[in-house]
Ligand binder design. Structure first.
Ligand code: C2O
Ligand code: CU
Length: 457
């Protein structure tokens, strides 16, 4: 604890990084800077058109998608740390839309939710402009009527490259999704109790918009696979037929060290980067999601998402260091929480089953102050899992049910197991405005499992 604290509300005992009172001129400069590339950076200009498209699933079927530039997923956007992305979104859908840049640390007005901008009406164009601040695997998706718009295909991957010091022989982005079609092959009806409770899951399992595709890798090579779970509700417990791989990154960039694994759980919204291989020529490995029961009405067994075929040998020059980066802990695993957030469910006469935060739908939470350490204890009072997502800021997971995590990472989604307490830490940097957190099961979010809060100076 510091000897002298000049802030009236210095209750956290944490050293304040609070800037001196900003002038209007400072604000103006900061807002301008956030739209300019770093020295040496570029402005990456992208046109995205959200429109109806008949999307071929690769198995002879097509479905009535809503898609960015007519493709599911939308184009993979790429930038380097320090670049500015300038994305012109034109809405050709029959209803309003917005784009949320999931995992990016951008100014509040660029967050793409309808609390920070007017939704983009049919026929309108809106330009997002922000700097890519961290290397990692991110994604973008509609943040308006998401239960429908994301199910119909309005999502895509966003890769930000930096000097990470790893060398791979190749790279693939794998965006996972599932689609619920009816017996005629049309989009199944939206709504109903099971969909409201479980979230919408379907039996058409997609990687990059195709049904159970075949992917290829050369024998002897090591590839970087960037996995994104874009499903509305499905938990992808990724495995490669029991083969081992290394997890090198999570939501917001590299881990401290690679983690050897034979499976990895991706809740909706989550990403991991894996080092895949080397394998022997001729192998065929199932890309699957292992059984995961999250107390849903419908139980999921182990299900295939695709197949990896290993082709002829090619030389490898892959280098994956034992140490990837260091991540300074923001707080001790048992740091006292500065607030508690309760994810719950209840029955209401008006709405039936509703998912809530602190007992309320669309909870209005207290503001947080720039520079003040946040230690949030997130209590899951329900018997189901919920993926907690914080917009705009990365956090560290301190502990789950009092148990510290065995590794350190930066996340923007953490899965809350049933009846659990998860403690996270983060520090709001100087990006004041309106932000939110929510369950990334889209039907739960829509039902009200979310909180709004302001970042204030
Ligand atoms: Cu990907 Cu509000 O979320
Ligand atoms: Cu939920």
């Amino acid at each position: 604890m510091k000897g002298h604290e000049h802030h009236a509300n210095a209750h956290s005992g944490h050293e304040m990084m609070h800037a001196p009172a900003a002038t209007a001129q400072d604000d103006y400069r900061r807002a301008y800077d956030a739209t300019q590339p770093d020295p040496g950076g570029r402005v990456v200009t992208v046109e995205l058109e959200a429109r109806e498209a008949s999307w071929p699933l690769g198995d002879g079927r097509q479905f009535a998608a809503w898609a960015f530039n007519g493709q599911v997923p939308g184009p993979t956007l790429e930038a380097r740390v320090g670049d500015v992305l300038e994305v012109r979104l034109t809405n050709r859908l029959p209803e309003p839309t917005t784009i949320h840049w999931h995992g990016l640390q951008l100014p509040a007005p660029m967050d793409g939710t309808d609390i920070v901008q007017r939704t983009v009406a049919p026929g309108e164009t809106y330009t997002y402009r922000f700097r890519a601040s961290d290397a990692g695997t991110f994604w973008y998706h509609s943040h308006t009527n998401e239960t429908v718009q994301m199910e119909r295909g309005l999502y895509g991957a966003l890769v930000v490259r930096g000097d990470e010091g790893l060398v791979f022989d190749g790279e693939q982005v794998l965006v996972f999704d599932d689609l619920k079609l009816d017996a005629r092959g049309w989009l199944a009806r939206f709504g109903g109790f099971v969909q409201g409770h479980d979230g919408r899951e379907g039996d058409v399992r997609l990687i990059n918009g195709k049904v159970e595709p075949h992917l290829a890798i050369a024998a002897g090579q090591v590839e970087r696979w960037r996995l994104v779970n874009a499903s509305s509700a499905r938990y992808v417990r990724f495995a490669l037929g029991g083969a081992s791989f290394r997890i090198v990154a999570s939501d917001v960039g590299l881990l401290e060290a690679p983690r050897e694994a034979r499976e990895v759980l991706l809740a909706p919204g989550e990403r991991v980067d894996l080092a895949i291989g080397p394998f022997a020529e001729g192998q065929a490995l199932p890309i699957e999601s292992l059984a995961y029961w999250r107390m849903t009405v419908k139980r999921r067994k182990t299900e295939p998402f695709g197949t990896l075929r290993v082709g002829p040998v090619r030389p490898s020059s892959a280098v994956i260091p034992d140490r990837l980066r260091s991540i300074a802990p923001l707080a001790a695993p048992d740091a006292a929480p500065s607030r508690t957030i309760r994810f719950g469910a209840r029955f209401s006469l008006r709405h039936g089953l509703v998912f809530v935060v602190n007992g309320q739908r669309h909870y209005q939470d207290h503001p947080v102050r720039v520079g003040e350490l946040q230690v949030w204890e997130i209590v899951n009072e329900t018997n189901m899992d919920h993926p907690f997502h914080l917009h705009g800021f990365a956090f560290q997971v301190l502990s789950v049910n009092g148990k510290p995590r065995a590794w350190k990472s930066w996340e923007d989604v953490v899965n809350l197991p049933p009846r659990s307490r998860t403690r996270i830490a983060w520090i709001p940097d100087d990006r004041p405005g309106r932000w939110m957190y929510h369950c990334h099961i889209l039907e739960h979010h829509a039902s009200g499992m979310m909180g709004h809060f302001d970042v204030i100076r």
